[in-house]
Design a protein around this ligand. Structure first.
Ligand SMILES: [Zn+2]
Length: 54
């Protein structure tokens, strides 16, 4: 029983680590490939589109 719980705990931590890495990688990609919700253009810089509504 204890070995089963230990292995499950290790797997749980491994999965959490994977998700942590993914959550760290995804926002960086989103920032680089940000699109305006209004006109659909690439947003470069602080996050505001040149159309002023994005
Ligand atoms: Zn825009």
């Amino acid at each position: 029983m204890l070995t089963k719980i230990a292995t499950l705990f290790l797997v749980f931590i491994a999965v959490l680590g994977m998700f942590g890495k993914l959550s760290l990688l995804i926002p960086k990609r989103r920032k680089r490939t940000a699109y305006c919700s209004n006109c659909g253009r690439h947003i470069i810089g602080k996050g505001r589109c040149s159309c002023g509504q994005g």
